[in-house]
Design a protein around this ligand. Structure first.
Ligand SMILES: Cc1cc2nc3c(=O)[nH]c(=O)nc-3n(C[C@H](O)[C@H](O)[C@H](O)COP(=O)(O)OP(=O)(O)OC[C@H]3O[C@@H](n4cnc5c(N)ncnc54)[C@H](O)[C@@H]3O)c2cc1C
Ligand SMILES: *[C@@H]1O[C@H](CO)[C@@H](O)[C@H](O)[C@H]1NC(C)=O
Ligand SMILES: *[C@@H]1O[C@H](CO)[C@@H](O)[C@H](O)[C@H]1NC(C)=O
Ligand SMILES: *[C@@H]1O[C@H](CO)[C@@H](O)[C@H](O)[C@H]1NC(C)=O
Ligand SMILES: *[C@@H]1O[C@H](CO)[C@@H](O)[C@H](O)[C@H]1NC(C)=O
Ligand SMILES: *[C@@H]1O[C@H](CO)[C@@H](O)[C@H](O)[C@H]1NC(C)=O
Length: 548
């Protein structure tokens, strides 16, 4: 009954159709013009027929839909790109930046297509736009001797995990649980997974990167400098440039790990046990990661509904030691030997991602997601246990929705040891766990507003129990309810509201980096980091600390 990590999400936008008086006539470059410009600026030639897709081509929808995870952003009412460009070589990405600038068409970049608000393939604020889809740039080069791997942006995390496991049973990488995530976008927002308590985030384990900047130059860590290298590891996607590859540091994993899933219903004291979990989850042995997946379910024979809390865990060790750890720290869950499955790290990846038990790891090479839906999601960080009475209020709200879903994700361990400003991702010491709220549906005819209203109300209800001043959120769980940029006028004041939620004080440094590397705001979207407005730049330059 535990949903696959990948089967969760999808959204519907209340679409703002541009009113006629706002429509300005823009000359849309033709795809031919763009193609020829790209040829002129690329190191190696590329055939038009396999790298450009216009809406009048029958492959257009297939390519557009291929990795788009949230079906809300594929609905007919949502604006579509003029064309999609799938580069075959890094220099084509450079050319795409140069040509998009030269020909005046807005650019969106997509790696794995999992953006919660569809920002990599749809836009509410920019027309016309093209999508640069990096799915053909997906090579993975693992160097076990060097403990590292170079991964191109279009590869999924599943492909990276597979390629590591192919070379070693005792190496791994601590990124997302859902195996179809694109490494390109994923790491830009942090990238957490089941080894975060031991090793931190994917972004904490990046050692180099290749990025195309707003001038179309390709930069590595050394040539981009430490400010930009800091900003791209957690500052959110598509604000600073296009990452073409990440170099990541591999981490040691034992040859035998243990996984389990134990489910408790309300009738089995779920509320009490969840209260207890909140007290221990961040203090457990760092080898142990227990997340809780919270759903509504039918209550069986008696009819009606209940709540299920599924404790879904990875332990970096064998079952005997796990049972000892559990007996000492969390006996209330009642874990037994027969709940435990000893396996290899790569198979634990499949287990946590929700694949059926004997799926071969090669499934990861398919590099695509198994399930899509319409969804809206939100996030919170929790710093004090939520009282049982408040949990009961959540259950009450759960019974009002068709497909309510939450994942509570434990912090502590390495997450508490890394400084808040080490990278832009600031949710560290003092965080007990993160909540992700999701509501999803399968039928395009559904009244999306009904579901979105429901999740917003639940979010309001939770306000007293979660982080405050600011109420923080995870940038990889992009949520446009928190505020968004306008087309002609990135509202600097408004941006500081959502900016503080995602990045706390790191938002200031992100703005400074943005102002330095992309002052004209070429890389922009509904929640991109804004550069300082010109007026403020001038004023600052006169000040004592005027260096930007
Ligand atoms: C089913 C599902 C499960 C998830 N599970 C996890 C999880 O376990 N852990 C976790 O941390 N997060 C998780 N996420 C959130 C995920 O990390 C983010 O959605 C992430 O941004 C996805 O990256 P992508 O490349 O797949 O998405 P995309 O939609 O391609 O990109 C996301 C954003 O980054 C930008 N971007 C994409 N590629 C690049 C690039 N090469 N350079 C610069 N900017 C780029 C895009 O324009 C967009 O703004 C999950 C999301 C979904 C839908
Ligand atoms: C459509 O795309 C395919 C593959 O890219 C190409 O072979 C074909 O010529 C295109 N057709 C049109 C009408 O553009
Ligand atoms: C549609 O296809 C024709 C060629 O078959 C091409 O000339 C034209 O530019 C395409 N239209 C768009 C909007 O790309
Ligand atoms: C629930 O907890 C109570 C005590 O708090 C205990 O007596 C009871 O046996 C528990 N029920 C289950 C099903 O575990
Ligand atoms: C959709 O849901 C919203 C919010 O619950 C409601 O106000 C609206 O009337 C509904 N629309 C339809 C067509 O049912
Ligand atoms: C830009 O934003 C500022 C502050 O929010 C506002 O006062 C101004 O009118 C806006 N300008 C335009 C053109 O929308």
């Amino acid at each position: 009954m535990v949903h696959s990590s990948c089967s969760i999400l999808s959204i519907f936008i209340i679409l703002l159709v541009a009113s006629p008086e706002l429509t300005v006539s823009v000359k849309v470059p033709t795809v031919d013009e763009f193609f020829h410009c790209v040829l002129d600026h690329s190191e190696i030639a590329l055939p038009y027929s396999i790298s450009f897709y216009t809406p009048n081509n029958s492959s257009f929808n297939t390519v557009l839909e291929s990795t788009a995870q949230n079906l809300r952003y594929l609905l007919p009412s949502v604006p579509k790109p003029e064309f999609i460009f799938t580069p075959l070589h890094e220099s084509h990405v450079q050319a795409a930046v140069i040509c998009s600038k030269q020909l005046g068409i807005h650019l969106r970049v997509r790696s794995g297509g999992h953006d919660y608000e569809g920002l990599s393939y749809a836009s509410e604020i920019e027309t016309p736009f093209l999508v640069v889809d990096l799915s053909r740039l997906r090579s993975v080069r693992v160097d076990i001797e060097d403990n590292s791997a170079w991964v191109q942006a279009g590869a999924t995390v599943g492909e990276l995990y597979y390629r590591i496991s192919e070379k070693s049973r005792t190496h791994g990488f601590p990124a997302g649980l859902c195996t179809s995530l694109g490494i390109g976008g994923h790491i830009t927002g942090g990238a957490y997974g089941s080894m975060m308590r031991k090793y931190g985030l994917g972004a904490d384990n990046v050692i180099d990167a290749r990025i195309i900047d707003s001038h179309g130059r390709v930069l590595d860590r050394q040539s981009m400098g430490e400010d930009l290298f800091w900003a791209i590891r957690g500052g959110g996607g598509a604000s600073f440039g296009i990452i073409t590859a990440w170099k990541v540091k591999l981490v040691p994993v034992p040859s035998t790990v243990t996984v389990f899933t134990v489910t408790k219903t309300l009738e089995q004291n779920a509320t009490k046990i969840l209260y207890r979990w909140q007290q221990v989850a961040d203090k457990l042995d760092e080898d142990l990661f227990i997340r809780v997946i919270i759903q509504a379910a039918s209550a069986g024979d008696r009819g009606g509904r209940t709540i299920t809390n599924s404790y879904n865990a990875l332990f970096l060790g064998d079952a005997n030691r796990l049972l000892q750890v559990m007996e000492e720290s969390f006996p209330e869950l009642g874990l037994t030997r027969k709940d435990c499955l000893e396996t290899s790290w790569i198979k634990s990846v499949l287990y946590i991602a929700g694949y059926p038990s004997n799926t071969p790891p090669e499934v990861l090479l398919q590099g695509k997601s198994t399930f899509k839906n319409y969804f809206k999601a939100k996030s919170d960080f929790v710093r004090e246990p939520i009282p049982e009475t408040a949990l009961e209020g959540i259950w009450k709200r759960y019974f009002e929705e068709d497909n309510p879903f939450m994942i509570w994700n434990p912090y502590g361990g390495m997450m508490s040891q890394i400084a808040e400003d080490a990278i832009p991702f600031p949710h560290r010491k003092g965080t007990l766990f993160k909540i992700q709220y999701i509501t999803s549906w399968q039928d395009p005819q559904e009244n999306a507003s009904k579901h979105i209203d429901w999740i917003r109300k639940l979010y309001n209800y939770m306000a007293p129990y979660v982080s405050m001043f600011p109420r923080t959120a995870y940038v990889n769980y992009r949520d446009l309810d928190l505020g968004m940029n306008k087309k002609t006028n990135t509202s600097f004041i408004e941006a500081s509201v959502w900016g503080a939620k995602y990045f706390k004080d790191n938002f200031n440094r992100l703005i400074q980096v943005k102002t330095k590397v992309d002052p004209d705001n070429f890389f922009r979207h509904e929640q991109s980091i804004p550069p300082l407005p010109l007026s403020l730049r001038k004023r600052k330059r006169r000040g004592v600390h005027g260096k930007i």
